[in-house]
Design a protein around this ligand. Structure first.
Ligand code: AP5
Ligand code: MG
Length: 191
């Protein structure tokens, strides 16, 4: 199994690059943001609660996303590997993920961290907000709140994996294809 975390702040290109990476490497894409938006679309109780926090740019509780990832791992026993996008986002989530993977006798091979300046992040998300229908993209204050949550709670996740020497920083600005090539080169040396 080859398990990869694609890491980076909101708007850094995790979703864009994940689509291309899963097609190339045959990994199962697990995006907690996408899983939560599907709960919202289905108007489940979990989705209704999560939406209140997501609309403010705040993280949903750890136990909610850990539960979603745990069941996704269980329902995909045949996967060649997983690409985690937007998860883990707190130190507690990282520790929980390690334990879940250990139960499956596997682990994280590498964290690829996309590096993008804050001004570029805001510009990308404001632009997407014109058409995406994502309520957390429509207002600059919410976009900035998401970036603040990232600095306060999520940036430490990279430190967690640095302790295990698993973090590789990748330039996240430039063309989508150039960034994809850089990510692929890092994966190719490890897979
Ligand atoms: P989530 O869905 O994970 O969103 P996010 O991390 O805020 O990031 P985005 O999905 O907006 O950005 P991205 O990095 O995927 O970039 P993308 O490829 O889309 O989370 C949403 C919310 O859910 C959170 O705020 C939280 O409330 C909750 N949540 C989710 N996971 C959670 C967790 N684990 N714990 C707790 N709460 C959780 O690209 C962005 C834009 O830029 C697009 O328009 C794209 O076309 C464009 N773009 C991409 N690459 C380039 C490029 N190279 N040049 C120019 N434009 C580009
Ligand atoms: Mg995304």
């Amino acid at each position: 199994m080859f398990n990869l975390i694609l890491f980076g702040p909101p708007g850094s290109g995790k979703g864009t690059q994940s689509e291309k990476l899963i097609a190339k490497y045959g990994l199962k894409h697990l995006s907690t943001g996408d899983l939560l938006r599907s709960e919202i679309a289905n108007q489940t109780p979990l989705g209704v609660e999560a939406k209140k926090l997501m609309d403010k740019g705040q993280l949903v509780p750890d136990e909610v996303v850990i539960g979603m990832i745990s069941s996704a791992l269980d329902t995909n026993p045949e996967a060649k590997g997983f690409l985690f996008d937007g998860f883990p986002r707190t130190a507690a989530q990282a520790e929980a993920l390690d334990k879940l993977l250990e139960l499956k006798k596997t682990s994280i091979a590498v964290m690829l961290a996309l590096n993008v300046t804050e001004e570029e992040l805001v510009k990308r998300l404001m632009k997407r907000g014109e058409t995406s229908g994502r309520s957390d993209d429509t207002n600059e204050n919410v976009i900035r709140a998401r970036i603040t949550e990232y600095h306060n709670k999520t940036a430490v996740v990279a430190d967690y994996y640095k302790n295990f020497d698993k973090v590789v920083m990748v330039k996240g600005e430039g063309t989508v294809n150039d960034i994809f090539s850089s990510l692929s080169a890092e994966i190719d040396t490890r897979i």
